[in-house]
Design a protein around this ligand. Sequence first.
Ligand code: PMP
Length: 285
Amino acid sequence: MSRQVYVNGKLVPQAEATVSVFDHGLLYGDGVFEGLRSYGGKVFRLTEHIDRLYDSAKAIWLDIPLARTTMADAVNETVKANGIGDGYIRLIVTRGAGSLGLDPRKCANPQVIIIADSIALYPPEFYEHGMEIITSSVIRNHPAAVSPRIKSLNYLNNILAKIEGIKAGCIEALMLNHKGEVAECTGDNIFLVRKGVLQTPPLDAGILEGVTRDFVIELAQATGITVKEMPLTKHDVYIADECFLTGTAAEVIPVVRVDARIIGDGKPGPVTQSLKSKFSEAVRS
Ligand code: PMP
């Protein structure tokens, strides 16, 4: 299906939605992005995604040429123009076309692109029975290199880990940080359940502050579950009663095997199941 894509203030047919080969987003991965979801035509946590986009841009010295409210309107307009009910939105801001050198001062105009489409990240049976992941040997970006809190167009770090997972027969992979602690998966945050307590790595473990992560923490706290943001090791993962991942595209997905070890009893656990259904109800309400 041909989509209407937002490019710098205009909706154009997908075939005409192009960027320059001199764009530093392409040449160097110089830019930022967001992945959002809409449910029943309403974009979930739009303000939070827009705020994270502008924070990412600020961190890389990229001035987005639109007010946040205009950007939010543009996202809504793109969703509407494509008749999207339940869908996925990709919002991209590149440094723009420049010269064949790194210098961002030579880039004229940041390019703002919004694509509204659909996504199916993992097969439905994984949501029902749980998925298997491995720990990648590729560590997450050191926070003093490119901070993992920046959602930048440079995802090679995570892509390398994902390839390692795929080669091992897993569609997602766990990444540790430079200290050997659990950070996150290549496109999802990670949660464990141990003796009824929900555990997840803190932001200073070197992770993206997931919008879904924040929402699941709120949902858990609202149901009286204790949530601990704490440093976690692979050992904590192996001895967890339950494990699940969160992300905009992934939503809430149970994990039942990590590095060939069975987590809990090898089935999606009760806390995971409950948060997964609470999540589905909440986003659709
Ligand atoms: N970590 C990484 C590295 C991600 O790319 C993402 C988004 N796909 C997430 C976590 C989850 O973030 P969110 O819930 O905001 O989509």
